[in-house]
Design a protein around this ligand. Structure first.
Ligand SMILES: [Zn+2]
Length: 573
């Protein structure tokens, strides 16, 4: 699937590499070069400015010759809302390249761009990413706006590459009350000290850095001055600082989130949404805050169907945030993008966590978040072996002595998390992001699509004509997409309009008719039995009686905000 020739087009954008992480200026010029080189398929525009004033780029990808982007069903794709999660930007870039280089070669991509639109926002949070990619990097959760206070912490550990080797590792400090000891069978690894154990050599582990106002005793790990989490700032069950740190002063308070929300709410042709993050190697769907029993039945089924296809095409399990991806079993996460897109826009939306170091190391069956609380020691050995064999020892650094200006003789070492865990090391990047294009194209091809089934007229005599327009939804999903959208009245029905020339009059019918929603094929029964008759709920008909002289032309238009726009002309003779 991944290396199928169909999916690897000619390398037209020869300057783009998929084994590196681009800084903002390079990313910007690459995105512009796509628009310049493929103007018939790609447009670039800024949908807003980041806190530091960088443009947030949006790529619109469709065959512009077959109609404007807004008149076609669309899929939203974004990445890198979290500062250090850089692989998502490159996943978006890779997808962009796949689309433009295989258009006209790959039949699914060709059909998809002829009839539908992708909106791709590769770097939602350019400020945070720029810090992560700087020569002297600084790793924060999300945006660079100070929050909640505009001051650095007075005391405590400030992460820093203190020995100047370009990495931020762990500091291993000898401490009789430490929780860690050297593993007897693999001296590079540390294991937890037994609850009643005494008399050994123990260590305390803290991130590499310097301690501000160190009193020789206390090492606090304070929260960063840049305390925002942009993926808690969406207007869906948003909670205040006391309940959920980093969510911002009010929903969409942050310019990056507001830019996304404004774009998506003003583009009602969007039918689905995917936000790329790292890591864990999973496709996560709502809800984040409640169990699957709360879903409308058909929505859950469809989510599971899309997820199953996603697993088949990407190799990533499809899971529920609430049931399978909670960091604290007593708490939930709210104010996130996918919940907002599902609950408030009625779209099938996903959070895709790119890359799983555990799976790379051969740990196939693991619980994504619980693993960090408890896992077999065998897993640590597997990861170490993976480091030795696949990462040339650059992921896990054996402990080496360092004379710390404040702590004295300590050791540095352990996992270089940012390089090996947070993102795929560059040599693994392309293989990892090549998993997604086929699913993304499939996800958009299941959208509803409005097409004309019949346009006809009958001369009734006496200068009157009966004009008939029949439209149908040729997509798999219904035009309303989700039951959630219907229940919350988020989506209008199919509107049909007739435009008459001067002197012609409408005898019966209204110039604008609302035909309601059109079903797709998604909810057809699995077995064709008589009990489950196959009604034509995908079609709708409107008829008008017109008084006009022979030879006039009437214009017909049908539009559904999520299924597209179709037009027809009819000359009455
Ligand atoms: Zn993330």
């Amino acid at each position: 699937m991944v290396n199928d020739d169909q999916w690897v087009g000619e390398q037209v954008m020869s300057n783009v590499q998929f084994d590196k992480y681009y800084r903002y200026t390079d990313l910007t010029s690459i995105l512009h070069s796509f628009a310049q080189e493929f103007p018939h398929l790609v447009e670039i525009k800024s949908i807003g400015k980041s806190y530091e004033g960088r443009d947030i780029w949006l790529m619109t990808v469709t065959n512009f010759a077959t109609g404007v982007a807004e008149e076609k069903p669309a899929l939203w794709i974004d990445g890198n809302i979290h500062a250090t999660e850089l692989a998502p930007s490159i996943a978006c870039l890779y997808f962009l390249q796949t689309l433009v280089t295989t258009y006209g070669i790959n039949p699914d991509i060709t059909r998809c761009l002829d009839t539908r639109t992708f909106y791709i926002c590769p770097r939602v949070n350019p400020d945070g990413a720029e810090w992560a990619l700087a020569d002297t990097p600084k790793f924060i959760r999300s945006g660079t706006r100070p929050y909640p206070y505009d001051e650095e912490p007075n005391t405590g550990l400030v992460m820093e590459d203190i020995d100047g080797d370009g990495r931020i590792l762990l500091m291993r400090i000898p401490d009789d009350n430490g929780a860690w000891k050297i593993c007897p069978t693999e001296p590079r690894l540390l294991v937890r000290r037994e609850p009643t154990e005494t008399g050994g050599k123990y260590f305390r582990l803290v991130p590499e850095g310097r301690i501000k106002n160190y009193d020789g005793v206390q090492i606090e790990i304070p929260r960063s001055k840049e305390g925002l989490d942009l993926n808690r700032n969406f207007p869906a069950l948003w909670r205040q600082e006391s309940q959920q740190p980093g969510a911002g002063p009010y929903p969409t308070s942050e310019t990056e989130v507001r830019s996304l929300v404004e774009f998506i709410t003003s583009h009602s042709n969007i039918t689905g949404a995917i936000a790329f993050h790292t890591f864990s190697g999973v496709l996560i769907r709502p809800y984040s805050d409640k169990s699957d029993e709360n879903f409308p039945v058909d929505d859950l089924r469809t989510y599971q169907h899309i997820g199953k296809k996603g697993t088949e095409l990407t190799g990533y399990p499809a899971i529920s945030a609430y049931h399978d991806f909670r960091h604290n079993p007593k708490d939930v996460i709210t104010g996130v993008f996918d919940d907002w897109a599902y609950e408030y826009q009625g779209l099938f939306a996903w959070t895709v966590e790119v890359w799983s170091p555990q799976r790379q190391a051969g740990i196939t069956d693991y619980k994504y978040t619980e693993w960090y609380q408890e896992h077999p020691f065998e897993d640590d050995l597997k990861l170490l072996r993976w480091n030795d064999e696949q990462l040339a020892g650059k992921g896990y650094i054996d402990w080496y002595p360092f004379d710390h200006p404040q702590l004295g003789q300590i050791e540095l070492g352990g996992w270089d998390t940012i390089s090996a865990w947070t993102n795929p090391p560059p040599q693994f990047l392309e293989k990892e992001i090549a998993r997604f294009p086929e699913w993304l194209v499939w996800h958009l091809l299941i959208s509803p699509r409005l097409e004309i089934y019949e346009v006809s007229y009958r001369n009734l005599g006496d200068d009157t004509y009966l004009v008939r327009l029949v439209v149908h939804n040729t997509g798999w999903l219904p035009t309303y997409i989700t039951q959630q959208a219907l229940d919350k009245k988020l989506v209008r029905g199919c509107i049909c309009e007739i435009e008459l020339p001067p002197h012609a009059t409408l005898e019966t019918g209204k110039p604008r008719e609302d035909l309601g929603q059109l079903e797709g094929r998604a909810y057809k029964p699995v077995a064709p039995t008589r009990r489950q008759a196959d009604a034509t709920k995908d079609r709708a008909k409107v008829e008008w009686v017109i008084r006009a002289t022979k030879g006039i032309t009437v214009k017909l238009l049908a539009r559904h905000e999520r299924a597209g726009v179709v037009r027809a002309e009819l000359t009455l003779v």
